[in-house]
Design a protein around this ligand. Structure first.
Ligand code: ADP
Length: 424
């Protein structure tokens, strides 16, 4: 708005000055033409009756010989008039004089005649101030209209620009980005996506904290309950032993939970550097199977390792943890006399690990959620076999850290097959 006001003012001033210059040039040209025509006549023949034009003839001494508008008797000598003075010397002279009484400019053009007299033609014209005054009203009204238009457009544009931002501040999630103007749409979409992500993560964290508190509380309540009973001396020798076993079991459960939570929080830390090395996946699977041996024997489950040796570039500890979690699940959720078949090998140039069992399987409706933290299909079975509900969440994290893929195939009652494909 300020720029438009300044532009209008400068344009008005410059165009007025230019107009006046053109006017001045035009008037002098006209006067010189009149002078030329008049100079063709004799002084005695001059009889000019024109209101706009004044013709004066001055002799070589400056005395007025003829004047079309005034009585020449008693007129003062004109020798000192600037236009006459110049014309006497150079043949032609011009001057402009300001009359404060008529508030007009008088343009004079003087020309030396062949007889030595000076012919002077003059005309009164509006001064630059009059030009400005008459133009001022038009300029002012144009300026005002332009200024009002500018203010209106600026207001509308600013409102259009700011409105979606204000709506974003009010409710970012509900904002429909197709309703905002094109230029701001990518910004709104990004901010909205980030905001939704932040909310989602906050909800996941909140749920996780609530779950963790609940999971920790159960064994702790049991431990403190048994301890209190023993402390009060209300239990006999035999029960004391039974309670001690329960305290031990619950303590182990607490330890497993805490270990898994620490593991998950470490895997959550994206800035932590994980060292990779090349190692044999078959050997790693062998180690893990030997760790599940006791449990497998207890549950009368047979574990078989098949496939071939294959090298993988990964973090050995994390991959062993992954294999152990999958094998442990395959044993724990198996049937009596069931089988666990672990396969390692190279499929289509990729190191592959597959853990297959002939166990209870996972119902279709649970398959999409078993990788969530603390999600279990059968809570009591998980707890009774020493599960924490975090095993597959840890597996999912390790897979992501290795840029690998995981695939689950399961049929309720028939068994489960989990395949992990590492990067070649
Ligand atoms: P948990 O410590 O309870 O085993 P996981 O995260 O390892 O927790 O597994 C989540 C749930 O997925 C388990 O509680 C179980 O219901 C189901 N599950 C995992 N592996 C198998 C499997 N091989 N066979 C059947 N169910 C499984």
């Amino acid at each position: 708005m300020v720029i438009s006001a300044a532009a209008i003012f400068i344009t008005a001033v410059i165009s007025t000055i230019l107009c006046y210059q053109v006017l001045k040039k035009q008037v002098f040209e006209d006067l010189s033409t009149y002078a030329y025509v008049l100079s063709q006549n004799k002084v005695e023949d001059l009889n000019i009756r024109n209101d706009a034009l004044r013709v004066t003839v001055v002799d070589a001494d400056g005395g007025v010989v003829y004047d079309s508008k005034a009585d020449i008797t008693g007129m003062e000598n004109h020798k000192k008039r600037p236009e006459v003075k110049v014309a006497m010397k150079k043949g032609k002279g011009t001057s402009i004089r300001w009359s404060s009484t008529s508030s007009e400019h008088t343009f004079y053009y003087a020309q030396k005649l062949s007889d030595g007299n000076i012919l002077r033609v003059s005309k009164q014209t509006s001064s630059i101030y009059q030009v400005i005054t008459s133009a001022a009203i038009i300029i002012l009204s144009i300026s005002l209209t332009t200024f009002i238009c500018c203010a209106l457009v600026a207001h509308l544009l600013t409102r259009r620009m700011v409105e979606p931002i204000e709506r974003m501040a009010e409710n970012l999630v509900m904002l429909d980005e197709s309703n905002v103007y094109e230029e701001i749409r990518p910004f709104v979409t990004t901010i909205k996506e980030q905001h939704v992500n932040i909310l989602k993560h906050a909800k996941i964290r909140q749920d996780f904290t609530a779950n963790v508190s609940h999971e920790l509380k159960t064994p702790l309540t049991a431990i403190s309950g048994y301890a209190e009973l023993i402390e009060n001396g209300m239990v006999d020798q035999e029960d004391t032993k039974r309670f001690a076993i329960q305290i031990g079991k619950n303590s182990n459960r607490l330890l497993r939970l805490i270990n898994d939570i620490i593991e998950l929080s470490e895997l959550d830390d994206l800035h932590k550097e994980i060292p990779f090395e090349s190692f044999n996946l078959y050997e790693a699977a062998q180690n893990c199977l030997s760790m599940t041996e006791i449990q497998a024997e207890k549950q009368e489950v047979e574990c078989i390792l098949t496939g071939e040796e294959v090298m993988v570039n990964a973090n050995r500890d994390l991959v062993e943890e992954l294999i152990y979690n999958l094998c442990s699940n395959a044993v724990r959720y198996n049937k009596r006399n069931g089988k666990v078949i672990v396969f390692t090998g190279n499929i289509e140039g990729q190191p592959v690990l597959r853990v297959e069992d002939t166990g209870i399987g996972i119902p279709k409706e649970h398959q999409g959620r078993i990788f969530e933290r603390f999600y279990r299909v059968d809570k009591s079975r998980s707890k009774s076999t020493g599960g924490t509900g975090l095993g597959l969440a840890i597996v999912k994290h390790i897979v992501a850290q290795h840029d690998a893929t995981i695939e689950l195939e399961s049929e309720e009652g028939n068994g489960t097959k989990i395949t992990v494909r590492f990067r070649s």
